[in-house]
Structures are given as C-alpha cells and as structure tokens.
Write a protein that binds this ligand. Structure first.
Ligand code: UDP
Ligand code: MG
Length: 302
C-alpha cells in the first residue's frame, strides 16, 4: 500500500524541513510513501528548501505564480500515485501524528475523512466567523461535518481522482464528494499555533467563502436542471404579474381609472422580470445541453 501526501505551500520557507522530518516519523512502517510539495508561486526560499531535502520520495512541483490552494491541490491529486492520499497544510499547524488515525479511519471503510480542528488555535477573529460559516455550510449542503475548512484530509484514490476543484472550491470538497455518493467521515485532529510565517487568508475569505457557498449550493441542487430553479421563480413572478394585471383590468372595466395605481407598475415589472428569469434558465439549459450533446450526441447513421 502506498501513501501520497500532498502539501500546498505558499511562502512557508521555515516550515518545510521540520514538517518533512515530522511526517517521516509518522508514516506507518508497512506503507511506502511519496510527498508531493506544491510550491504555489512562493517568493521566498520555499522551493529551494524543498529541493534541498534529499529523498527520492519527494516530488516538487512549482507554479509560475500564486494560483491558490485549490489549484495546488488539483495538481497534487493529478500527480498522486498512492492508494491513500492525504492533504495537509505546510505551516505545521496540522500535526503529522494524526496520519495513522486518518489511515485507520479510511481502512474502516470511509472514502474521505476530514479533520476537525476541535481545539483550533487561531485568533478569535478567525474562529468566530468560521463557526458561523461551518453551521451555514452544514445546513445548506446537508453534509454533517464540524469543520469544512480543515486542510488535513485523507482520501481513497478514486475520490481524489474524481474531484475537480476550481476557484477556491477546496473548502467544499466533502460536500462535493458526498453528493457524488462517497462515504464521508470526520476525525478530531490536534491543531497547533502557527510559529513561522503568516496566514495567507484574512477576513475577505469569509465573503468569498459565502459566495462560493452560493455556487456550490446551486450546483449541488440544480446543475443538471437549472431551469427547475429559474423556471420556478420566473413562472411565479409572471403568474403574479398576470393576476394583478387581470385584477386591474376588471377594475378598469368597472370604471376605476388606472393612471393613479402604482400596482400597475408592479404588474408590468413582475411580468417582464419573470420572463427574463425564465429565459435565463433556458439559456443555462442550452449550455448544459450543448455540453451533453458534444459528449454523447452522434450524427452518424449506422
Ligand atoms: N496556501 C497555498 N496557496 C495560497 C494560500 C495558501 O498553497 O495561495 C497554503 C499555505 O501555504 C498553507 C495552506 O495553504 O500550507 C493553508 O494556508 P494558511 O495556513 O495561510 O491558512 P489558515 O491556516 O490561516 O487558514
Ligand atoms: Mg494555517
């Protein structure tokens, strides 16, 4: 059995060597291993320090510029050849002594095991928003985890190979995996304070995270049939507009003037908006269909 450990690193020069040494101590004897460092366009000596480690089991990949953690993980997943794949942060906050616990849980039959930093040692300004964010994510994705943003995770090979992350979607890996029918579990992991270097994320992560949550919720429920969402809203708005319009028309026949009724404006607005929203859904369906047709359609006569 082989273990692949994927470590995205952005300006983590002082953490690389100590992390490597700690990992080595914690890889179970019966596993062979590879450690894939992804230097995400670091501007310090991160890459140099990775290359300085003399170990043929280390692969180092270096990005031309900073593409973000999700891109790093994507590339790592592509490169990995292990049966079990572990991702962890490069900053020494994730404790490598948890590696055997992850493996154990995977061997219990889970496809993906996510870490839960139950004793999270980050500033309060990070912990409080993160709590709210996790709660909201739990509700919207219907995936029951405490800590979606933990970089410490273990995957069976087939899960890692089937994930396609873009943007900053790495936060929603457990949700995406669970939607694909994989069995997702969680273990408590020890979390340590950052000693060297600085955090790469600030408060703006919260806003971006919320927007990504919108995307992921939408994709999760309506990716295959976007019209079900847009169509429902569009039809409801149009129907309401027509109803109000009908009411106003009856009133007009009864002799009431329309010129002083703001309700007329609302009726027109609802109808126009409704049709536009509906059309948006149809366009989304068209994009979906084109993709489907390209993949599955054939014009050849047998
Ligand atoms: N990271 C990365 N690219 C980025 C930002 C971060 O590869 O653009 C790496 C970083 O080096 C670390 C991990 O992602 O290994 C988590 O980042 P960080 O520790 O700054 O996040 P925090 O723990 O503060 O949430
Ligand atoms: Mg960190």
């Amino acid at each position: 059995m082989k273990l692949s450990i994927i470590i995205p690193a952005y300006n983590e020069e002082d953490n690389i060597l100590p992390l490597y040494k700690e990992i080595l101590k914690n890889i179970p004897k019966k596993y062979s291993y590879e450690i894939i460092f992804i230097d995400d366009g670091s501007t310090d000596s991160t890459l140099k320090n990775i290359k300085a480690i003399k170990d043929k089991n280390i692969k180092s990949i270096s990005f031309r510029k900073n593409f973000g953690k999700a891109e790093g993980l994507n590339t790592g997943f592509k490169e990995a050849t292990g049966d079990i794949i572990i991702t962890m942060d490069a900053d020494l906050q994730d404790n490598p002594k948890e590696i055997p616990n992850f493996i154990k849980k995977i061997n219990e039959g889970y496809d993906l095991v996510s870490g839960w930093k139950y004793n999270r040692l980050d500033p309060l300004g990070k912990r409080v928003p993160s709590k709210l964010f996790n709660k909201l994510t739990r509700i919207l994705t219907r995936v029951n985890l405490h800590d979606f943003n933990c970089g410490f995770k273990a995957y069976k090979k087939e899960v890692a190979k089937s994930l396609k992350l873009y943007g900053e979607m790495h936060r929603y890996i457990p949700a995406m995996a669970s939607w694909q029918g994989f069995k997702v579990g969680e273990i408590k992991v020890d979390h340590r304070e950052r000693v060297h270097g600085v955090s790469k994320y600030g408060w703006e992560r919260l806003i971006k995270g919320l927007l990504d949550l919108c995307t992921i919720t939408f994709l999760g429920s309506y990716q295959r049939s976007p019209l079900h969402l847009f169509g429902t809203i569009g039809l409801a708005a149009t129907a309401e507009g027509i109803l109000i319009g009908t009411y106003l028309t009856i009133k007009w026949f009864e002799g009431y003037p329309l010129s002083n009724r703001p309700l007329l404006l609302l009726a027109v607005l609802l109808i126009v908006l409704g049709i536009q929203i509906l059309s948006l859904g149809l366009i989304a369906e068209m994009i979906n269909y084109n993709k489907y047709y390209k993949e599955n359609g054939s014009k050849i006569k047998n």
